[in-house]
Design a binder for this molecule. Structure first.
Ligand SMILES: NC(=O)c1ccc[n+]([C@@H]2O[C@H](COP(=O)([O-])OP(=O)(O)OC[C@H]3O[C@@H](n4cnc5c(N)ncnc54)[C@H](OP(=O)(O)O)[C@@H]3O)[C@@H](O)[C@H]2O)c1
Length: 316
């Protein structure tokens, strides 16, 4: 089968042929029809070997998928051959080398995999698992009430676009920090205000709007603890500063601001809820571009360079 894989950490992803994986006991094999790109795909491949637990190579890139069940492993299973399914595979963290940028993948039947509900196209389902689950769990974690304010840095990307919608649906005032003129797009997603940080320093714009600080910060961008701490200084005492980039633990945060290093914990129940919202049109899954699998190396380079405006979906 075709797969986009790396032969070692820090090697360039390339199209290769590998054998189809066999489903083990309690697993399903999925004929992947769509996979979606997440920054963790290139981040995992770019890891330094020192960070790694044992990893099988070639390492097939990718975690998100949608397709049809093609084979069932031994033992009890909640799926049947032919079921349309979507989900988030363990990917590189499994250490097995099996990802989702490939024609067939295997996942445990009791892991983050769910049926695609009627009315939800498979390409949209593929774009939902990582970004949608992250957005929903981040919103639960910051635990804001209606009319409270949420500053989202990196709001135009996959997680940010979905987080903005989910927060706005709870009457939370989202201040979307982006690079470029994304006002109309972010307002359509429900943002109360948009700051173009290319033209206006974030700190100046936020302090002008919220002299006493915002109620919470979600930073999807900063990899430098000091940069995260500077943004956390825009949060009021008693508020929350959450990062998806693992820097809160090393940041000198202002007194009274709670720092959180977010860790995604995908679940089939949450996938069901998100898929139902998308199928009913209450949650728009913004697909920026669809590309054939062969274009994955260029798509990964493009994402690494920045500029994501929603999701990149790969078609198999
Ligand atoms: N810890 C976890 O469990 C977890 C879970 C999900 C995601 N993540 C991480 O969270 C990050 C975001 O994920 P994603 O899927 O939303 O990525 P994405 O789709 O690539 O979007 C990232 C967005 O950030 C924007 N951006 C970059 N620098 C910016 C800046 N200085 N100011 C404002 N916007 C900026 C990018 O656009 P421009 O370049 O045009 O500004 C892009 O729109 C990734 O690093 C991902 O790995 C972590």
């Amino acid at each position: 089968m075709r797969a986009i894989a790396v032969s070692a950490f820090r090697a360039e992803p390339e199209l290769i042929e590998i054998p189809k994986p066999e489903p083990g006991a309690g697993e399903i094999r999925v004929r992947v029809e769509y996979t979606a790109l997440n920054p963790c795909d290139w981040q995992a491949a770019q890891r330094s070997p020192d960070d790694s637990t044992s990893q099988v190579f070639p390492l097939v890139v990718g975690v998100d998928f949608a397709g049809r069940v093609d084979m069932i492993g031994n033992g009890p299973n909640r799926f049947r051959v032919g079921d349309p399914v979507f989900g988030r595979a363990a990917g590189p963290s499994s250490g097995t080398g099996i990802g989702t940028y490939c024609d067939y993948t295997t996942v445990a039947q009791d892991s983050a995999v769910a049926l695609v509900p009627p009315g939800l196209p498979l390409d949209v389902a593929a774009a939902l698992p990582s970004a949608g689950t992250a957005a929903a769990q981040i919103l639960e974690t910051v635990a804001l009430r209606g009319h409270e304010s949420l500053l989202v840095v990196g709001a135009a990307g996959g997680v940010g676009s979905l987080l903005t919608q989910l927060a706005a649906a709870r009457d939370i005032r989202v201040i979307a920090a982006v690079r470029g003129d994304e006002r109309r797009r972010m307002a359509d997603l429900g943002a109360a205000a948009t700051i173009d940080t290319v033209y206006r320093p974030l700190e100046t714009a936020v302090r002008e709007m919220f002299p006493n600080g915002v109620d919470a910060l979600v930073d999807l961008v900063a990899t430098d603890p000091d940069a995260f701490a500077a943004r956390a200084a825009l949060v009021r005492a008693g508020g929350t500063a959450l990062t998806t980039r693992g820097v809160a633990g090393r940041a000198a945060l202002p007194a009274g601001v709670t720092g959180i290093d977010f860790r995604l914990e995908p679940s089939p129940v949450l996938l069901d809820v998100l898929a139902a919202g998308a199928a009913e049109g209450m949650l728009r899954v913004p697909i920026d571009i669809e590309l054939p699998l062969e274009k994955a190396p260029q798509a990964l380079d493009r994402n690494r360079a920045g500029g994501a405006r929603g999701k990149t979906v790969l078609v198999l």
